[in-house]
Design a protein around this ligand. Structure first.
Ligand code: GLN
Length: 472
């Protein structure tokens, strides 16, 4: 079977009798098996996906108008999203054996439109990391070069799409976890505005930052998946009531855009020369197409990472306190009393990076340090939000590289968490400000993909997807 990159093509080929959903699931299952060495899937749902595919094929045969909008869409989901009666572990031993009691709203809405979930994929534990190495299942490898990381934390979601084991993958993005792996793997990664998609059933890391995102080769498929998943939800009061646009119908962007870039980002010390050059080339290409591209001062670049890691670790320390060895998942067999149940379960269950962040977060929230760290970081967040909003009064988009460089060697930054944190410098702003952002592949350096990121004002995902589409 030929490789599909767009749902529209899949549906066309089903309509003409060339393929069926059953063929699709068989094909993707074979791909999952053939790419096992990359360690993408924590669990694949081969049998039930096949069963569902057969049912959907029959439904379609009986009445082609009876199937949902995502008929023929085969999806993988990050191991951080709940799917009823299926395991979910956040890449962590602390949730070993845990099964979801309900489906995440985003996942349920895809299923309601007849998408097929083919499996759950690896990730950095609780979404904490940029390499997909912080997982109890071991690292996922980049399909372009298996000695490289795929990025993280939705690294396996990016590889799942990159090596054709599904049509789209759901990831989560707290500080770049959809966009950075998309950049490292040469696929498109999109994070909507905060509150656009319900967070119900997304295992919380930083609740005021977390969003479900989509990785795909196709902007159209992202637009459609967003349209299906977005909107208010009784189970998440932070899900916005802002009307959901018909994103897929609005992808024709035919205006002249005003695009801002930050000279401080383009001239950042950490920036790889090829990333810099190709980002500049893209800006020239945009200018040649009649768009305005202008440098704008943004003085907060160096404050973004410290503020982000204070705020997200604080939220994580609170969110992860629920994993106590009593209610969910892992309980230490070595505990002999009540207190040991907590301490040993958490000590043995969480990975090193998660423990580092829980401790950091507990510290920045503790009395005596709260004002010095947490309150200060909240103020920095507000400054970043205000400045970002101010830029969008004048500009349609902000453009910058998705990441300072290309994919690292496996192991290269794992022992140096600060180096890993600093590499989030370009992606975190969108989460701080709650705005939509997308990473699109623009080229390669020494064979490894490079991504550029575009951000738009809050709830302007339609406009952002339409503009980005011209460069994919
Ligand atoms: N790399 C960032 C972190 O480790 C982003 C993670 C994410 O977006 N989930 O926090």
């Amino acid at each position: 079977m030929a490789r599909y990159t767009h749902l529209a093509q899949v549906q066309k080929d089903i309509a003409s009798g060339l393929i069926t959903c059953e063929h699709l699931v068989e094909y993707y299952t074979d791909r999952i098996k053939a790419t096992k060495d990359l360690n993408i899937y924590v669990e694949s749902y081969e049998e039930e996906a096949l069963q569902l595919a057969k049912e959907l094929d029959e439904k379609y045969q009986a009445d082609p108008t009876s199937v949902g909008r995502l008929f023929g869409m085969v999806v993988s989901i990050k191991d951080l999203l709940c799917y009823e009666d299926h395991g979910v572990t956040a890449g962590s031993k602390i949730l070993a054996g845990f099964k979801s009691l309900f489906s995440a709203t985003g996942v349920q809405r895809l299923l309601d439109e007849d998408a097929i979930i083919i499996g759950r994929v690896n990730c950095d534990q609780f979404g904490m990391g940029s390499t997909n190495e912080n997982s109890c299942y071991g690292p996922t490898k980049n399909g372009i070069d298996p000695t490289k990381v795929p990025g993280g934390s939705s690294g396996a979601s990016a590889v799942a799409v990159q090596v054709d084991t599904c049509l789209i993958s759901l990831g989560t993005d707290t500080g770049g976890s959809v966009r950075q792996p998309a950049a490292f793997c040469g696929v498109v990664g999109f994070k909507p505005s905060y509150g656009r998609i319900s967070r119900y059933g997304l295992l919380a890391y930083g609740s005021s930052f977390d969003q479900i995102g989509v990785l795909s080769n196709s902007i159209e498929d992202i637009a459609l998946a967003l349209e299906v998943m977005a909107g208010p939800d009784d189970f998440d009061s932070t899900a916005s009531n802002q009307p959901v646009e018909a994103y897929l119908q609005q992808l024709d962007f035919n205006k002249k855009a005003k695009i801002a870039y930050f000279p401080a980002a383009i001239n950042h010390d950490s920036l790889d020369p090829d990333v810099k050059q190709q980002t500049k080339d893209l800006m020239e290409q945009m200018k040649a197409a009649g768009h305005t591209v202008e440098g704008v001062d943004f003085d907060y670049l160096d404050y973004i990472i410290p503020a982000y890691y204070v705020l997200t670790t604080a939220e994580a320390s609170s969110n992860l306190s629920r994993y106590d060895g009593v209610r969910f998942g892992y309980r230490s067999p070595n505990a002999t009393n009540f207190e040991e149940t907590y301490t040993l379960s958490r000590t043995e269950g969480f990975g090193t990076e998660v423990k580092r962040r829980i401790m950091l977060g507990t510290f920045v929230l503790s009395s005596g340090y709260y004002d010095a760290y947490y309150s200060q970081a909240q103020k920095v967040r507000r400054l970043i939000q205000d400045k970002t909003n101010e830029i969008f009064k004048e500009y349609d988009f902000i453009l910058m590289p998705s990441a300072p460089g290309t994919a690292w060697d496996i192991g290269a930054v794992n022992d140096d968490p600060v180096a890993m944190y600093l590499a989030d410098v370009f992606t975190v702003q969108a989460n701080m400000a709650g705005i939509p952002a997308i990473s699109i592949p623009i080229g390669t350096s020494k064979g490894l993909p490079i991504g550029v990121q575009l951000m738009a004002n809050k709830f302007e995902e339609g406009k952002l997807l339409g503009f980005a589409k011209q460069y994919v």
